[in-house]
Design a protein around this ligand. Structure first.
Ligand SMILES: [Zn+2]
Length: 326
């Protein structure tokens, strides 16, 4: 069935695999060909920008400067859009997405994971908006010009956005770049809730009540996100799903437990999908995008209404795209 996935790291995998496009990739959890087979409505493609130079990332010997890395990932994205134009088209608004649906095509939304390349300069946000970026995850797992990352250190976790971050969130609202709090500190989350004027998202985060990982949202954060008209995408990473974070297997049942918890705490309109495909390691009952139907089948089996399953699969994210992008 139609679904929208708010996060994948497939562009990074394509770069690491020296692929020209993300049409058909070996050893990945999705590619455009399989998205089409799966019946996806839209896939968000992240341009992931790490700040640390760890060996093996992107298969590059040396990490390029942040904006150069964005350009490398952007080139793969653009080539994919050009070469797969019959089946997928870029979207920067709800109207684009609807036009693609009407043409029988799936939509690609371009995102940035980590605001580091913005480097404290508003004109870099304009540059990203000009490339078609429709969502930005403010931090990854390091502090940057926007704020600081989630952490087991309570003092770091309490830290909010920087002065630049507070102002930039307002500018992102103007530019129609959706603000994404996944990876952000709890203090940063509450600052986004305060300074962001449009609905925001946690593109790939689960429930901390079910899995204590600091990447997940507390019940209070889920309620605030829901009140602000936002949505969180269910992440498939075993370490963000299971109560025992050493368990490396993600079952469909455990994913559905998170869906149910989001609904119970924040209501029917605050939960969607953010698989994190190609950014996660482990063993998976849904090992690639062609298995997504298993998730919807299990929700049906558990007695969730068709109306709720539609909201979860695509409706809630469509609403946020309409309210906060473009
Ligand atoms: Zn991530």
């Amino acid at each position: 069935m139609r679904y929208i996935d708010m996060h994948c790291d497939t562009l990074a995998e394509a770069l690491a695999g020296k692929a020209d496009t993300a049409y058909a990739l070996n050893g990945t959890m999705l590619d455009v060909k399989r998205l089409s087979e799966a019946g996806a409505g839209a896939q968000f493609f992240a341009m992931f920008v790490p700040q640390r130079n760890e060996p093996g990332w992107f298969g590059l010997e040396e990490m390029p400067e942040a904006m150069e890395l964005v350009e490398l990932l952007y080139r793969i994205y653009c080539r994919t859009m050009d070469e797969c134009a019959e089946i997928i088209s870029p979207a920067r608004s709800l109207a684009d997405y609807r036009a693609n649906l009407a043409a029988g095509k799936l939509s690609a939304f371009l995102t940035v994971e980590n605001g580091y390349p913005v480097a404290g300069r508003m004109e870099n946000l304009e540059k990203l908006a000009g490339m078609g970026v429709g969502l930005m995850t403010l931090t990854w797992n390091d502090p940057n010009c926007f704020g600081t990352n989630h952490s087991a250190d309570p003092e770091q976790m309490r830290q909010g956005l920087t002065d630049f971050g507070k102002e930039a969130v307002g500018y992102m609202n103007e530019l129609g770049i959706v603000v994404d709090v996944s990876h952000l500190s709890d203090g940063g989350f509450y600052d986004v809730a305060r300074y962001c004027k449009r609905p925001f998202v946690a593109s790939h985060s689960n429930c901390r009540a079910l899995c204590g990982a600091t990447r997940n949202l507390t019940d209070d954060m889920i309620r605030v996100l829901a009140e602000r008209g936002g949505v969180s995408g269910i992440n498939f990473a075993p370490g963000f799903v299971n109560a025992d974070t050493s368990d490396r297997y993600t079952s469909v049942s455990a994913l559905c437990d998170h869906v149910a918890h989001f609904r119970n705490v924040g209501g029917e309109e605050c939960v969607g999908i953010g698989t994190d495909f190609d950014g996660i390691r482990g063993e998976f009952e849904i090992g690639d995008c062609t298995g997504m139907h298993l998730l919807f089948d299990e929700l049906h089996r558990r007695g969730f209404s068709d109306d709720f399953i539609d909201r979860f699969a695509f409706g809630n994210v469509e609403r946020v795209i309409g309210d906060a992008m473009g």
